[in-house]
Structure formats: structure tokens, C-alpha cells
Design a protein around this ligand. Structure first.
Ligand code: NAD
Ligand code: LMR
Length: 340
């Protein structure tokens, strides 16, 4: 079974008795956008992770306070805060993983693509700095629209001559987290043991949960139930945006999901076998150059992009329908990165 941060008994027992760093190698994790709605709880969760030795918190404002606060927690990592572009290089130097939740979130009525004009530029400048200061780091892209920001990052790294397709990840873990929660609720099974792959991309119909592959199998779900679960997973982000009524999008569940994904990357880097998470990566499993699917993580990042497995007719239709939208979001990102 794949290693899983949330269900690992060793993580929970270490939480209870306080972390020890015994055999864990030094690992620096940088969070860009660390003073934001996602950035702050993500900084907290990364401070609780015993695999992190150095935690670097960067934002254009507010990081001294967040860093001072988080640094008092009595866990392994040393925390440093960096503020403003002139400190970005120092924040990034020596990073093994860079997590990017920098950028504006949605308000009700907006699509993720409506964030493109602002966030594309932010991602571009941050990735230019990553190429310069920590070209070997794994990049965990959270900033939306992920379907475009990941291709932007790839193009920026290509231009800088540092692109390694094994090291660039769009974080789609929140889709998996939601699919697991919604499935467990509907099937009335304990959520801790649930697994659901989610493939495609990270926006609307490009989010394709594969409930036909969900475990444990549930015999009590009708095809209407599965359609409703699919729709709820695809609209999960919008559900939160509407409930927050203008005060942003998912932050706490995203921080949790981001922490799970970063933990999986750290485990992979440290040589833990069989670490598998879904992520939006460079891929050849469909006609598209980027696609989210299960990915095996290893010492160099992506070790293997796993195939889709058997799909139901409903999922096959969903796959066909998502391709044009995902293709155009990817192309939009590539065009943006190459126009200037
Ligand atoms: P937020 O506005 O609360 O925080 C964003 C932070 O980014 C702010 O602190 C801001 O100062 C900072 N920032 C802006 N420009 C920056 C720059 N150039 N360098 C460094 N930091 C910069 O927003 P949030 O709720 O934390 O969301 C952040 C992003 O994450 C949004 O684009 C949102 O759509 C996205 N998101 C993605 C997922 C996902 O599943 N991938 C889930 C939720 C949110
Ligand atoms: C999410 O899925 O919660 C994020 O992509 C934020 C959003 O805009 O929905």
C-alpha cells in the first residue's frame, strides 16, 4: 500500500510524543506566499513535519510575524522569514522543495481562469527566481489556475535551461481529499481507509474522480450517486468560495492537502519506497502534455507516471469532455510564458 501521511501511525505517535529527527536527512522547504490564507496554516503544518530541517517563509508582506510565531513551536525545523523581492534569493537558496500558494484567490462568480491575468505574472517571476537560486528543487504549484500555472512554470524553467519534468508538480491533492471525504460520507465507510484517484486537471470538469476505482468498494452506490459525487468533487472549490462569500477560497483544507503532498515529496526524496499521490505533471498517458494522475515519487521527484487504469463508461465520457478545456488552459499558459 502506498505511504500516506494522514493514515501513517508513525506520524501520529510522533505527534503525541514530540518529533524526533533521528535518521531524517536535512531538508529545506520554502513556502512562497507564506503569509496568505493557505500559506499560514501550511507553514504551521510544515513546522510539524519532522522531515523538515529548515523552513523558509517568503511573502511580499507579513512574513516576519508569521515566521516569529511559527518558530516558537518546539519541533525540529529552524524557521526563517523573508519579505520582499530582494530577500527572495535567500529564501530559496538550498531549498529541496518550494511550495507556491502565492497569488489571488477566487470570489463568488469567478472561475479559476479569471485569476490568470494576475497569478500568471506572479508565478512567472517566482519561477524565474527558482531557476536562478534553487534549480534542483521540487516545485509544488498551488497557485491557480493550476492547469495553466504549471505549463507556465515549465516554460520559464525551459528558457532558463533548468527544466526537469520530474520536479514540477501541480498540487491536486485537495481534489483527492474531497473525493475521499464525499465518498466515505455517501458510502458510509470509515474515511481513514478510503482511496480515490482523481485525474485530469484542477478546474471544473477537468477534475475527474475515478470512483470506479475507489476503495473500499461500495455496493450501496447507484450511478446517480456516483454522478452526484463526481459533480460535488468537481465543484468542491466553488462550494467553499460561495460559503466564504467574498472572503476567498479554500485555505485550511488546502493547507492540509498541500502538507500531505509535500510530505509525500519529502518521503520520496528520502528514499521511502512506494510513495504514490495524484498530481498534475508532464505526462504521456493522454494526448495532452500535462495531466493529473497517480504518480510514484522518488529520490528525483517523479519516478513513474502511472496509467489511468480501467475506467467506467461515465468516466471515459468525462475524460473525453475534459480534454479540449484542459488543452486550451495548457496552451494559454505556454503562450503567456513565451510572449515576453
Ligand atoms: P491569499 O490572498 O490569502 O494569499 C496569497 C498570498 O500570496 C498573500 O499573502 C500575498 O501577499 C502573496 N503574494 C502575492 N504576490 C506574491 C509574490 N509575488 N510573491 C510571494 N507572495 C505573493 O490567497 P490564498 O487563499 O492563500 O490562495 C492562494 C492561491 O492558491 C490562489 O491562487 C488560489 O486560487 C490557490 N488555491 C489553489 C488550490 C489548489 O487546489 N491547487 C486550492 C486553494 C487555493
Ligand atoms: C479549490 O479547489 O478549492 C481551489 O482551486 C480554489 C478555488 O478557487 O476553488
Amino acid at each position: 500500500r502506498a505511504n500516506n501521511y494522514a493514515s501513517s501511525p508513525s506520524i501520529h505517535s510522533r505527534l503525541r510524543r514530540g518529533y524526533s529527527s533521528e535518521s531524517a536527512p536535512e531538508r529545506k522547504v520554502a513556502v512562497l506566499g507564506a503569509a496568505g490564507g493557505i500559506g499560514q496554516p501550511l507553514a504551521l503544518l510544515m513546522k510539524l513535519n519532522p522531515l523538515v530541517s529548515h523552513l523558509s517563509l517568503y511573502d511580499i508582506a507579513g512574513t516576519p510575524g508569521v515566521a516569529a510565531d511559527v518558530s516558537h513551536i518546539n519541533t525540529r525545523s529552524e524557521v526563517a522569514g523573508f519579505m520582499g523581492e530582494e530577500q527572495l534569493g535567500k529564501a530559496l537558496e538550498g531549498s529541496d522543495i518550494v511550495i507556491i500558494p502565492a497569488g489571488v484567490p477566487r470570489k463568488p462568480g469567478m472561475t479559476r481562469d479569471d485569476l490568470f491575468n494576475i497569478n500568471a505574472g506572479i508565478v512567472k517571476s517566482l519561477c524565474t527566481a527558482i531557476a536562478k537560486y534553487c534549480p534542483n528543487a521540487l516545485v509544488n504549484m498551488i497557485s491557480n489556475p493550476v492547469n495553466s500555472t504549471v505549463p507556465i512554470a515549465a516554460e520559464i524553467f525551459k528558457k532558463a535551461g533548468t527544466y526537469d519534468e520530474k520536479k514540477l508538480f501541480g498540487v491536486t491533492t485537495l481534489d483527492v481529499v474531497r473525493a475521499k471525504t464525499f465518498y466515505a460520507g455517501k458510502a458510509r465507510v470509515p474515511v481513514e481507509g478510503v482511496n480515490v484517484p482523481v485525474v485530469g486537471g484542477h478546474a471544473g470538469i477537468t477534475i475527474l474522480p475515478l470512483f470506479s476505482q475507489a476503495t473500499p468498494k461500495a455496493n450501496n452506490l447507484s450511478s446517480e450517486d456516483l454522478m452526484a459525487l463526481t459533480k460535488r468533487t468537481q465543484d468542491g472549490g466553488t462550494e467553499v468560495v460561495e460559503a466564504k462569500a467574498g472572503k476567498g477560497s479554500a485555505t485550511l483544507s488546502m493547507a492540509y492537502a498541500g502538507a500531505i503532498f509535500a510530505d509525500a515529496c519529502l518521503k520520496g526524496l528520502n528514499g521511502v519506497p512506494d510513495v504514490v499521490e495524484c498530481s498534475f505533471v508532464q505526462s504521456s498517458i493522454t494526448e495532452l502534455p500535462f495531466f493529473a494522475s497517480k504518480v510514484r515519487l522518488g529520490k528525483n521527484g517523479v519516478e513513474e507516471v502511472l496509467g489511468l487504469g480501467p475506467l467506467s463508461d461515465f468516466e471515459r465520457q468525462g475524460l473525453e469532455s475534459l480534454i479540449p478545456e484542459l488543452k486550451s488552459s495548457i496552451e494559454k499558459g505556454i503562450a503567456f510564458a513565451n510572449k515576453s
